[in-house]
Write a protein that binds this ligand. Sequence first.
Ligand code: FAS
Ligand code: PHB
Length: 389
Amino acid sequence: MKTQVCIIGGGPAGLLLGHLLHAEGIACVVLERHTAAHILARIRAGVLEQVTVGLMERLGLDARMKAEGLPHGGFNLADGERLIHIDVAALTGKQVMVYGQTEITRDLMDASDERGLQVVYGAQDVALHDIDSDAPYVTYAIEGVRQRVDCRFIAGCDGFHGPSRKAVPARVSKEFERVYPFGWLGILADVAPCNHELIYANHERGFALASMRSATRSRYYIDVPLTEKVEDWPDDRLWDELAIRLGPDAAANMTRGPSIEKSIAPLRSFVFAPMRHGSLLLCGDSAHIVPPTGAKGLNLAASDVHYAAHALTAFFGRNDAEAIGAYSDRALARVWKAERFSWSLTRLMHRFPEDGPFERAMQVAELDYIASSQAAQTSIAENYVGLPV
Ligand code: FAS
Ligand code: PHB
């Protein structure tokens, strides 16, 4: 097969990029190792910044999101009895959209069939070749039969564990990483949320987050030591812990129900630079990971795709390679700001095992400052709703 862009990975980054390029008449193919059903079964992000909403609008794929999504104008930081409301709408004039990553991915998948975007599911042994040249190619196997895609660019949208980042020579790359000493145990249940907005709680027993997917489907998290397993947390134990950590008011409004999904996700901050090498561009989790505290992971994938689509459209449409050359610096400039916010909010809202009384006093002082300062709340709000792309 010969095409212009070979996209590795059919998650949100790969499908968003594929649709944007396809809409511009740029020939592309998406290679995904799993089935569509496998991808839709992964429960991940829940909060969309305007950059993500905007890309779905630009593609004309925002109808279901606008019909079923929940616009949120604020969120809450709970510290013991205290609830600090961050009025994002009043402080920034913008909102976030609560609409699960699963639904975004479903909308993109459904449109692939309708619009003729070629997505190959079940692509095994994907390998990148000649990325330093102007004629790279990708090999893969379908049911044991080896295939080859010749292209001008490869877009590595294959997540943290994919092959694309590893194809960049170590001599030209640099990694930055912080692994956190806890994971997030998440539960999805078809029960009404305990609050109309999200609550991030820093309790003496640990972190908790009350989120949602709709008015009838809730998503909750607590932080747990990395030694814990999902089977250590039967539903009742998790509901009891959530009620304690989220506080009496949230607990009084909490509806319990059977989990339809329950999993533990490790937390890390990770950045890989550069995000372009030769004819390979990296987008999304293949190049960076954030702790989910700031709800940035999916949204950073969207801003990478925004920059990558702009660069590839300029290259193929106007033979202008300037934006390709600038892609990595442009994407990383926004990535680092989101990394800082996500790390900072994780530091503020979690009890780290190595922390002592001083570190706890710093958390209390920072929460006191946020509670009393519009400037501090504005800073949090503008990062949460998404910095400009
Ligand atoms: P993805 O990982 O979503 O997609 C990469 C795709 O590439 C996958 O479908 C994979 O199968 C495919 N792939 C990998 N290797 C391949 C190969 N060799 N060949 C072909 N295909 C290959 N973000 C938030 O904002 N909020 C959250 O609450 C949140 N929770 C998360 C929970 C978990 C467990 C994880 C892992 C991530 C979470 N994230 C969250 C972050 C997440 O939403 C990512 O930011 C988002 O999925 C990024 O999208 P992609 O870059 O497309 O990567
Ligand atoms: C979610 O609803 O899954 C969610 C929301 C906000 C976060 C992380 C996860 O910061």
